[in-house]
Ligand binder design. Structure first.
Ligand SMILES: [Zn+2]
Length: 460
């Protein structure tokens, strides 16, 4: 960085009021990607973002593009892709965020209107303020400021703002294939997660995978009078409960051989906070073993999320001949989803009682994710965050999955994937009264700008 250039903090301070008002402008567009919410809003937000990308003056090409969804017939929502090629030998950085938002939900639960951004107590309230329009504007603002900080821009940049993340990214996989050359990059920065809190930054370095399937258990070829046959032949629910019970040890730890459990160091997390955030009833205990965050981030879990059997209104004194459960398995980072499914299905076959044969259907595999924290880009981002926040970032795990990250990993296997974001524990993404911590937004811009400056002086 030459001495004739202003320092990063000063430029961000000066640009910030504009970055905040531009964010408000995007929040006012109700870009819900659900087909029933008016597709013209997602189209409009894509156009506005394309203009912002164009306005940075950095890109050779800015396009609003769509791909077909997996059904092969419907078009996905519009995404913005802008590309500037790198000077030979320099890396290309892809900056990802999404411009669609969750539906507002029950408007009576909002303290102010969902699509009219309002500032209260250092936070900006509005649907999409945090998830993920501040992610978009962190990218755009850092790009607007980059030329004022460096004398020659050599790093390659791809801006990729998706339009259907909240709707499950139905055309994403095909989009990555259709536009592979336009998106190709060495580093992928995903701004769609959050910080540890409003005083400690984070990089999201692991996500659990998710395997779901339907498990059907049959014991009889027709329903029987429970008085005539109960106690002599088993009903299907009895067989299912014995299987489900075998998943857990007495303490609630998963007892399935072959499912990976790991226990890296985790930050402190109090039982009080677990209770407060989960709504656990005061007389009910937590389950499992190890630190609380190990249980959430690095251990598997199995949950029955639905059951097909007669409901109470249709219950009669009969033995139920067959029952189907939907099973959701969270897979620890480090194990493949397929390996996890094999371990669980083998366990079920071994533990099915009374000679019952278990049947599996609708199997869906979502891979876990582990970032390579030792890659140069991760280290550079961690340094940038430390400089801005005055404290090192937490390497955060997330118990849930972000399916599109796996799509990036499989389409660009050599790229380093970094997961950052502007959310904090009070952001309430997807809920009424979603909000952005305004100072965290400013810090996100500053850290991203510092990171891009470092990338621009990259040397092999
Ligand atoms: Zn998001």
């Amino acid at each position: 960085m030459g001495s004739s250039f202003p320092d990063v903090k000063t430029v961000v301070d000066e640009a910030f009021p504009h970055a905040l008002s531009e964010l408000c402008r995007l929040v006012r567009i109700p870009s819900v990607s659900w087909p029933s919410f008016g597709p013209e809003n997602v189209v409009q937000s894509a156009q506005e973002i394309a203009q912002l990308a164009q306005g940075t003056g950095l890109f050779e090409k800015v396009e609003v593009l769509r791909s077909l969804t997996s059904d092969g017939e419907t078009l996905g929502q519009p995404a913005v892709v802008a590309r500037r090629n790198a000077t030979a030998g320099m890396p290309t950085i892809l900056l990802y965020a999404h411009h669609d938002v969750q539906p507002p939900g029950d408007s009576s639960l909002w303290l102010s209107s969902a699509f009219e951004p309002v500032e209260r107590d250092g936070r900006l309230y509005g649907r999409g303020a945090a998830d993920d329009k501040a992610g978009i504007m962190s990218h755009i603002t850092a790009l607007q400021l980059l030329p004022t900080i460096v004398d020659s821009l050599e790093v390659g940049i791809v801006l990729f703002i998706e339009g259907e993340e909240e709707f499950g990214s139905p055309s994403f996989d095909r989009f990555l294939v259709d536009h592979h050359d336009m998106l190709d990059a060495d580093v992928i920065v995903v701004a769609d997660s959050g910080n540890w809190d409003t005083t400690t930054p984070a990089l999201t370095t692991s996500l659990r995978g998710n395997v779901t399937f339907q498990l059907t258990v049959r014991t009889l070829d027709h329903a029987l009078h429970s008085g005539m046959f109960g106690g002599l032949v088993p009903d299907a629910f009895l067989a299912l409960t014995k299987i489900v019970n075998s998943f857990y040890s007495e303490s609630g730890t998963i007892a399935v051989t072959g499912l990976l459990h790991t226990a890296p160091e985790t930050p402190e997390f109090s039982e009080e906070r677990v209770r407060e955030e989960s709504g656990l009833l005061s007389h009910v205990t937590t389950i499992g073993e190890g630190s609380f965050l190990n249980r959430l981030w690095h251990q598997p879990s199995i949950t029955i999320t639905g059951l097909d059997m007669p409901d109470l209104a249709h219950a009669s004194n009969t033995l139920i001949p067959s029952v189907t459960a939907r099973v959701s398995v969270r897979v620890a980072p480090g194990q493949s989803a397929e390996e996890a499914f094999n371990a669980v299905s083998q366990h079920i076959n071994q533990h099915a009682p009374f000679g019952v044969l278990a049947e599996f259907s609708e199997v869906r595999l979502g891979e876990p994710f582990t970032a390579d924290a030792t890659g140069w880009a991760s280290r550079a981002y961690a340094t940038a965050l430390s400089e801005v926040w005055d404290t090192s970032p937490v390497e955060m795990g997330v118990g849930g999955s972000i399916p599109f990250i796996n799509s990036f990993v499989s389409s660009f296997p050599d790229a380093q994937v970094l997961v950052t974001g502007v959310e904090d524990p009070d952001s309430r993404a997807h809920s009424p009264n979603e909000s952005l911590h305004i100072d965290s937004y400013k810090k996100a811009i500053e850290a991203e700008l510092r990171f891009l400056v470092t990338c621009n002086s990259f040397s092999n």
